[in-house]
Design a protein around this ligand. Structure first.
Ligand code: FE2
Ligand code: FE2
Length: 182
């Protein structure tokens, strides 16, 4: 059963919070808000940005064996690396759950799927979620950021953006890519 048509953002927030570890809730809400702000700056679909942002870590709380079970259930063939480190699968399993259970559209699903690794020729929404996951204001409160600032800088986000500073929020439009906008 797909839930999207029954779930307003308010309801979706309730469901998502119930599935996350408490320490991840602020990060996920921060990612959603940052994604919406970026979508506004860049003329992307704000609803897609909000839904991808709030759902991007939806399976983060489940353990490795269950990540593998989910992939099997959805017929995904995995690499040896993924089998050895199944916690790295949360982007893939999150995208599967977003699609199959929450009924999200393909833009939202692909943004969730690529939010940890990125990929060549990313769509605007994929870039927005990738960046929002890094720079949302609460991230520094949960874990060290993935990678380092060089990755963010490579995307053209300037250092004037107070990355990871609790309470800080981007007020300037940022350059998401040196390449063409998609
Ligand atoms: Fe994630
Ligand atoms: Fe995240």
């Amino acid at each position: 059963m797909k839930l999207q048509k029954y779930l307003t953002m308010e309801k979706l927030e309730e469901v998502v919070i119930s599935l996350l570890k408490p320490e991840r809730v602020k990060h996920v809400l921060g990612c959603r808000d940052t994604a919406v702000a970026l979508a506004k700056c860049w003329g992307a679909d704000e609803t897609d940005a909000a839904r991808a942002g709030i759902l991007h870590d939806i399976t983060k709380a489940i353990d490795g064996p269950l990540q593998l079970t989910l992939c099997e259930a959805y017929g995904k063939i995995l690499s040896d690396f993924s089998r050895k480190y199944p916690k790295t699968l949360h982007a893939l399993t999150g995208s599967l759950v977003a699609e199959r259970i929450f009924g999200e559209n393909e833009n939202v699903v692909s943004a969730i799927c690529h939010h940890t690794t990125g990929r060549a020729d990313m769509t605007m929404l994929e870039k927005i979620i990738y960046i929002a996951d890094y720079v949302e204001r609460e991230r520094s409160g949960i874990t060290a950021r993935r990678g380092d600032e060089n990755v963010v800088n490579a995307w053209g986000v300037t250092k004037s953006w107070p990355i990871g500073t609790p309470g800080a929020f981007p007020v300037q439009p940022v350059r998401l890519s040196a390449g063409k906008r998609k």
